[in-house]
Design a protein around this ligand. Structure first.
Ligand code: NAP
Length: 532
């Protein structure tokens, strides 16, 4: 049967394409089409990675059928070579034949790598142009973000419909370099700019804000076609990329590691619920100077600060609240109306808030396990509310020091069985998913009216299970996580935080993570699969 696919002139393409193009991979045409049929229901802009197929030419009639049936879909045919992160190993003639035939099979755009374009004879390149399909000339740099204008000028002689320039971000400020490059080009509507790598994740949203024609996304988590690529669902639902524009305020969580942080899901959900035109990004960095440059260049309106930057950032802020100064750590930064940066500590409210809902802290006897950053917030926070605090830490000297600084007492493990408390707070990582180490407390040590575990992944930690078994009321680390985030939202926006929505999103994300871990093949099984 003859299948006719209506052609779309390149100048009309812009009105058809959205901000997100979903990359489809698969070992067989059937697998790719199955994924494309699912994706196209929500996102009509699709890149078929033909380089994933053993015999791409044989698959083209099937793709032609797909475009005939999905007339609203816009397709890019890509034959990415191995040095550029793809799987294609054929020669230049084979690559050209695939792209020309793809153009004749209903694809609206073909992606030709700059290196290929530069190697092709003029007459051969003309054959691709004669198909009438739009052309992307793409360039990838897996080592750095450098000489973007030089790359642009190498692409320019080919007069493509789109310039795709994809460097690698080694620092957060590499994203600024990419954004400034896009913004400064006279006509940037045909530039697609993305930084690869974990430090470049933010460019997947900010590139579009700076004017990138569109961005690429993975069909689902685990199907990324480039380092740092985000799943389409996350870009659309969490980051609301379709609504991101030059007026969108930028916030973020900064630290290292940050890729699996639940803060972007929680805070973006809060912005969406309260219809705040803002986006909250994961800012992967361990260098404060890199972060501060980004914060001032974008500019960023507010930050959640995590390890290892909570202490170091304080001396770079205009002022911090008294609790941050006492604790020596700040987890929240606000850019105030005067343009200056101010520091707060909402970890404290994340701990005292849930406790005060259940008890009065004045005169309460509280045991804190640990003497690190979270423990400092707990100790100073409950001391400030008038509690009598005892500290137990693996390294006794650190416990003594914190006790001296905060007017608390340190306590030995042996004394626990004979001492009763109003609340026990775990501020060590014991019980955290993937964390090895023996439980600090046993059943006989839980002489308390309440157990609060700051660890929030898993939802029910071994310590909380032990407490439940003894009918001791508990507070989960998720409650602290949501409360500290809710207070940040309020500091930034001046609006009450949608706490229920934030809690719902975090619990959903934690359950999904737990399911993914449960479904993942055991290490031995994984090994077997790779080598087969
Ligand atoms: P940190 O500064 O590294 O401090 C860790 C503390 O735990 C130190 O006192 C350390 O003792 C102790 N510790 C570490 N491993 C131990 C082990 N195997 N056995 C006994 N004690 C051990 O970390 P942090 O920032 O305070 O965070 C602690 C935990 O709090 C995190 O793992 C996280 O799960 C949780 N947290 C939750 C939230 C939330 O929003 N729910 C926020 C922040 C933190 P030494 O002094 O002997 O090293």
């Amino acid at each position: 049967m003859r299948v006719n696919v209506p052609t779309v002139a390149p100048q009309f393409l812009r009105s058809r394409i959205g901000k997100v193009c979903v990359a489809i991979t698969g070992a067989t045409p059937a697998e790719m089409l199955e994924k494309a049929n699912a994706v196209v229901k929500e996102t009509s802009f699709i890149e078929f990675r033909l380089d994933y197929l053993d015999k791409p030419l044989l698959a083209l009639s099937k793709f032609k059928h797909f475009f005939a049936e999905n007339t609203a879909a816009t397709g890019i045919a890509t034959c990415r070579r191995a040095p550029n992160g793809g799987k294609f190993t054929g020669n230049l003639a084979a690559e050209l034949e695939i792209l020309i035939k793809a153009a004749g099979s209903g694809f609206h755009i073909v992606d030709l790598e700059l290196e290929s374009a530069e190697s092709l004879k003029k007459a051969d390149l003309q054959k691709l142009r004669d198909t009438g399909t739009a052309i992307i000339i793409s360039y990838h740099d897996f080592s750095a973000t450098k000489d973007l204008e030089g790359i642009y000028h190498r692409i320019q002689p080919f007069h493509p419909d789109f310039y795709k320039i994809v460097p690698t971000a080694k620092t957060l400020t590499d994203n600024v370099t990419l954004m400034r490059f896009i913004e400064h080009m006279e006509d940037h509507s045909n530039i697609i700019g993305i930084c690869m790598g974990d430090a470049g994740i933010i460019s997947r949203v900010l590139g579009v804000r700076a004017g990138s024609a569109f961005t690429f996304a993975a069909a689902s988590t685990g199907e990324e076609t480039g380092p740092g690529q985000i799943a389409a669902r996350t870009l659309i639902d969490t980051y609301r990329i379709d609504q991101v524009d030059a007026a969108t305020k930028v916030y973020g969580v900064a630290g290292n590691p940050i890729r699996s942080s639940l803060s972007p899901a929680m805070m973006n959900a809060a912005f969406r619920r309260e219809t705040v035109n803002a986006v909250y990004l994961a800012l992967q960095t361990h260098k404060l100077s890199d972060l501060l440059k980004l914060v001032n260049e974008i500019p960023i309106q507010g930050l959640s600060v995590t390890m290892p930057l909570k202490q170091e950032i304080m001396s770079h802020l205009e002022k911090t609240d008294p609790l941050s100064s006492k604790i020596g750590a700040c987890n929240t930064v606000l850019r105030a109306q005067d343009g200056k940066l101010y520091g707060f500590n909402t970890d404290v409210a994340g701990i005292t808030g849930p406790l005060e809902k259940r008890m009065s802290l004045r005169g309460a006897k509280v045991l804190v396990l640990g003497a690190g950053g979270a423990a400092r917030a707990a100790v100073f926070g409950v001391r400030d509310k008038g509690a009598d605090v005892f500290i137990l830490n693996r390294t006794a000297e650190t416990a003594h020091k914190l006790a001296r600084q905060s007017g608390s007492k340190s306590i030995k493990k042996e004394a626990l069985a004979k001492t009763s408390f109003d609340a026990i707070i775990n501020a060590t990582p014991i019980g955290m998913a993937g964390q090895k180490g023996a439980q600090v407390l046993e059943a006989k040590d839980l002489n308390t009216k309440l157990v609060f575990d700051l660890v929030y992944n898993p939802l029910e930690t071994p310590l909380l299970r032990l407490a439940r078994q003894q009918n001791i009321p508990i507070i989960t680390g998720v409650e602290m996580f949501v409360q500290q985030g809710a207070r940040q939202f309020e500091i930034w926006t001046g609006k009450p935080a949608p706490e229920e929505e934030m809690l719902r999103v975090v619990i959903h994300a934690l359950r999904q993570q737990a399911e993914a871990v449960a479904e993942a093949p055991a290490p031995a099984e994984k090994k077997k699969k790779k080598s087969s």
